[in-house]
Design a protein around this ligand. Structure first.
Ligand SMILES: [Zn+2]
Length: 149
C-alpha cells in the first residue's frame, strides 16, 4: 500500500538554503520545522525566515538586521553550480570586504570543461575577482571563485 506524506522544511528567504540541523531538513509538522530552525538561530521577520548567515545584530539599535539581498550574479552562479554541476557548494560571505567566496570540488573525471569555465566567467561578468582551481593528491580539483557583492 502506498501512502503519501507531507513534510515541512524552513527555507531562508535570502540565501534560499533549507534549514538542516545536521540530521534532518524536513519535519512532519510546521511547528516542528520552525522550532528546530529557531533552535539553530534562525529568525522570523515579517513572515519571512532567515538563516544565521543572512542577518546580523546591529549593536546600536540592538536589533537584528537582514543583510542586502543576493545579487542576480550570485544567485545565477549558485544555481549553475548546484543544479548543472551538481557540486556541493560552500559559500562564505565576507561582510568586511563585501565579497562572496564560492568553493566546490570536482572529481578527476568531472573537472570543469573549458566551456563551463567560460560560462562561469560570463555569468559573473563585472563581478568576478578571481577564479582559481587547485588539484589535490586524490585527483579531485577544488575551485575557488571570489565575487564582488
Ligand atoms: Zn540565509
Amino acid at each position: 500500500m502506498i501512502v503519501e506524506e507531507i513534510f515541512y522544511g524552513v527555507k531562508c528567504n535570502r540565501c534560499l538554503e533549507i534549514h538542516d540541523d545536521g540530521e534532518h531538513s524536513y519535519w512532519s509538522d510546521k511547528s516542528g520545522a520552525m522550532e528546530n530552525a529557531m533552535n539553530s538561530d534562525w529568525i522570523e521577520v515579517k513572515n519571512k525566515d532567515y538563516c544565521p548567515n543572512c542577518y546580523f545584530l546591529n549593536e546600536e539599535t540592538d536589533e537584528n538586521e537582514i543583510k542586502e539581498p543576493f545579487g542576480e550574479h550570485v544567485l545565477a552562479l549558485k544555481r549553475f553550480i548546484k543544479t548543472s554541476l551538481l557540486a556541493h557548494l560552500n559559500i562564505y560571505e565576507n561582510d568586511v570586504e563585501d565579497v562572496f567566496v564560492f568553493t566546490f570540488k570536482r572529481f578527476k573525471e568531472s573537472t570543469l570543461k573549458d566551456y563551463e569555465e567560460r560560462f562561469i566567467v560570463e555569468l559573473t561578468k563585472g563581478k568576478l575577482i578571481s577564479f582559481t582551481s587547485l588539484p589535490d593528491k586524490y585527483g579531485t580539483k577544488e575551485y575557488k571563485i571570489e565575487l564582488k557583492k
